[in-house]
Design a protein around this ligand. Structure first.
Ligand code: HQG
Length: 207
């Protein structure tokens, strides 16, 4: 990533994290930061299964200069476009369904994948992906989409020319690679070596 884009991202993150007037979308981003990456931002800890105590979370957020109550948190969890968060049964605990960089075990269900899965990214990553395959980077897993449309949305989060890989998931599974599906439908695996994917031609998906 160029210095320019790094700065842009830093600036975007700064306003997402430090803007005290937050709508539900910015709150959802802030929650992702806390529950996937940096619980210490609001002075809390996640347990081994990724759960945060809801009372501690609300207290931590409210002490950080933002204002949130249980009803708003419930609404954000309920209405989140990708169902990123889950409560436990009595809603005393909350966790992110996927996307973590902190080492927690969110009790993912191992599952037999469909024949193909998809991964959306940008062209700038293509050379390195061709050599290394898809790697998980700072996250716990490589994230894969069930269909091309979803992969396109993932690619569109980034600045650059979108590219989509078709992953030979069934072949990987047959060769012993494990797959998981998060509660909100994202497919996860540890790594995807180069022999298990091909790049889709741009003509086969709408840019
Ligand atoms: C790329 C969002 C160079 C990879 C989405 C991606 C997803 C490589 C980036 C979830 C590489 C990692 C995760 C290699 C992989 N060389 N680049 N060898 N291997 N990459 O954000 O999949 O909205 O960690 O292609 O919808 O983009 O947050 O992963 O571009 O489900 O809930 O390295 O995040 O979900 O980026 O996105 P990320 P991702 P939420």
């Amino acid at each position: 990533m160029s210095k320019f884009y790094k700065l842009l991202r830093l600036e975007k993150n700064f306003f997402t994290i430090y803007n005290p007037i937050m709508n539900d979308k910015s709150f959802s981003k802030f929650l992702s930061l806390i529950l996937r990456h940096k619980p210490e931002t609001v002075g809390i800890k996640l347990d081994g299964n990724g759960w945060a105590d809801v009372a501690e979370l609300l207290k931590g957020i409210n002490s950080s200069g933002r204002s949130i109550n249980f009803a708003t948190l419930e609404k954000i969890v309920r209405e989140n476009d990708k169902q990123r968060f889950s409560f436990n049964e009595d809603k005393t605990k909350i966790r992110a369904n996927q996307g973590h960089s902190v080492k927690v075990d969110v009790e993912l269900e191992e599952k037999v994948p469909p024949k193909f899965l998809y991964h959306g990214t940008i062209e700038r990553n293509a050379n390195s992906i061709a050599i290394q395959g898809l790697i998980k980077g700072s996250r716990l897993y490589v994230h894969l989409s069930a269909d091309v449309e979803t992969a396109q949305k993932v690619a569109a989060r980034r600045k650059g020319k979108p590219i989509i890989y078709k992953i030979f998931a069934q072949a990987m599974h047959d060769d012993g690679y494990k797959f998981y599906q998060s509660k909100n439908g994202v497919w996860l695996t540890e790594t995807v070596p180069p022999k298990y994917f091909c790049q889709l031609q741009a003509s086969s998906f709408k840019l």
